[in-house]
Every structure is written in C-alpha cells, then in structure tokens.
Design a binder for this molecule. Sequence first.
Ligand code: GLN
Length: 426
Amino acid sequence: MEISKIKELDEKINSFIVFDDDGVAKSAKTGKLAGLTIAIKSNICVNGLKATCASKTLENYVAPYDASVVEKIKREGAHIVGMTNMDEFACGSSGESSYFGATDNPSAPGHIPGGSSSGSAAAVAAGFADVAIGTDTGGSIRNPASHCGVVGFKPTYGVVSRYGLIDLAMSLDQIGSFGKDVRTAVKLLDVIAGHDPKDATSLKLDPSFYNFSKNLSCDMDGIRVGYAKEFDELIVDCGIKKLIHESMDKLSGAGAQIVDVNLPRLKIALPTYYLNVYVEFFSATRKYDGLRFGHKIEDACGEEVLRRIMLGSYISEKEHSGKYYKKALMARSVIRRELEGALKNVDVLVGPTVPKLPHKLGQRITDPRVMYAYDVFTVTANLAGTPAGVVPAGKVDGIPTGLQVMGNVLDDQKVLNVMAGFEGCR
Ligand code: GLN
C-alpha cells in the first residue's frame, strides 16, 4: 500500500506514531525480506526515527543507533514504514495508555486492539505492513494478535537480541514477530533470531536452530498437545471457551493427541508477574531523570506508568525484609517448574490467549486489576522464559480470538509447527 494511502486510512486507526516519510531508515534492495513492508514498535531503536515508547517522557527522543533486530531487518531488505503506537512504556493490555491516543482495532472497529503492541498488531491487521515487530513482557504480542486476528510469536528468552530495546522489565522482555499468517511471521523470525554479543542474555545456539521456515511442518500426526483444566476455570467468556474447545477438536481431527495436564498454580502467575514487573520497571526508569533523555518520567507519564514506579519504589524500599520481591522470585521459580512439569509428557500446551473479549474503546477501566486480568494466560511463558505464539482460531461475537500454543524452553520450532498445523486445519 502507498504510504499516502496508509496515512489517510490510519487517521482513523492510529496504529503509527511516526511514519518514515523521508526514508531515514534505509534498507538493502535484496535479501530474505525484500519486497515486504514492516512496522516497528516505538520502544525499539531505529537510527534517526523517534523511539517515544508512546510517552511524553520521550516525545522528542530520536534513536541514535539501530537495535540489533533493526540492523538485521535492514540488511535483509524489508522496507520500514514507521514506528507503531503502543501502551506507554509497554505497560498495558489495551493500547489505550499511549500519550498519542488509543489505537482502534481494524478487525473489530470500536474495540481495543489489545496491547501493549497495539499498533504493530493493528498495522498488520489493516494491511499497512506485511509484518511487524512487537515486544512481549507478559503477553504484549500475543494479546493484540488474538484481538486483531493476526499471528504473533514470542520466542524463548534469549533467542532474539534485546539490544536496542527500551526495557519494561528486562528479565521478561522479548522481541518477537507479527504476520498475517504463520509462514510470514516465521520469515521475519528467521531474520531477527540469532546470537548477539551485544546482548549479554542472548543465547548462542547451533545455527540449525534458527532455520524456522525451513523446518516448518504442519504435520500434526502423533503430536501430543496438553490442555490444562485450569484454563477452563479462568476463561470468563463462554464464547471463548467454546471456540477453544472446538479448536482442540480440530487439532485432534488433524491427528494430534489431546492430553489433560494440570497447572494448579496458574492463579498466582498474575500477582507474581506484576510484582516482578514493578521492581524491574522502577529500576529501568531511574535513567529518565530529565537530564539525559527527555522529561523527568514522574512529571510526564500517565497513570499506569506512575503506579508502577510508585509500587516498584515501595517494594524496593521494603526489600530489606524480603517481604515482596524475594517472595515473587520464589513464586516465579515455582511457576517455571510447574510449567516444565506440565510439558514433560507432551510436545506443547494449547489453550486460550485471553480470558475475555476486548472492551470497547472509551469504556474507562478504573480498577487496574480488571486490565491486568487480560494477561492471566500469557504471563506464565514470560515468567518461565518459554516460547509461545498465537494463531487466529475464529470469531466470538464477530471479534477475532486466538489460540495460544506454549512450549518448553528452546522448543520454538515445535510451537511454530503446531501453530502452522492448526492454521492449516482451521
Ligand atoms: N499487559 C502486561 C503489562 O501490562 C504485559 C505488557 C507487555 O507484555 N509489554 O505488563
């Protein structure tokens, strides 16, 4: 689509904060992504473009270098359209906390597109970009992928470099890809994955690990798929429950074997996640003191960001007594072990992405716990550092709903294969 056309249509959707009108981001003419357009989330550095994190704090911050993923994208020839809208500093599940205004859901107009990678998912859903980069700390790729009806994938922690990502909570953050279908999202993943000496947490794996497209297989025969009964207990919307069960039937029709598993501690994943995020985010934001980067964050940010800073500061202060954070770290290990246990006898877990349908734009949510509730099924993969992806499963009340596939650490290929297998039998 021509940039002028995208700009015109995006006036209603607001999926971009910045368009690269002047062609500041120059990409190679050839490469694995040649011919594809790409949208980049506004918390990732593209040399010469604004990386605002959708916050007034960084409203004038122009990135002085390329993130490692951006370097690779440029080298492989994808054309960068611009920087996408998002929840402020990636704190949110709806896209509404952006300083630049909310994003509409192109697949369910008038509803939130999900967040925090709201603009990236919406841009792909609207056809403004073939692929997009998002980040996922607790579900920010998977949640908007589900609401917008596109494919989103969060790799194993360390498979994609975080160098040049403006962090929310560095032990949970992971960059990943969006596409209209599994194959396109995987094409981007092939390019952005890989060891990066600039990121100390980047994994160094055998080169064959990174051949996701080449190794993609839709064959579901004999694949063992786990389903936790706790999913059913936590799904709020009956329509979603029905669709997820129909999806399991389709998988089994395609040859997969459905196995019951247990995740009894799924309920504590949400508080564990938020305690970890508060503390890490508080620490990450200390650099926004108004001297080096933009405005002082506490003077410029919105409600949710301020809440997290204040709670993170409080918890960190109290930490000498080991009251909260230490407990949250212990809970995190318990959750990780539980997920590993559930995955012992199966290839992947499959289940819902979100417990409820996206709310209407403008419907003000005052209790943060209501917003946090969207993340109940997604945070576990971040706490455990495991791969997870979402593939459209159908519609509930006319609104797209995605199926989530979760795997063990480094089982990214298995997750992608089940996503592709399900897409094929949809
Ligand atoms: N909704 C979650 C949060 O607000 C996840 C955000 C994310 O993954 N960036 O923290």
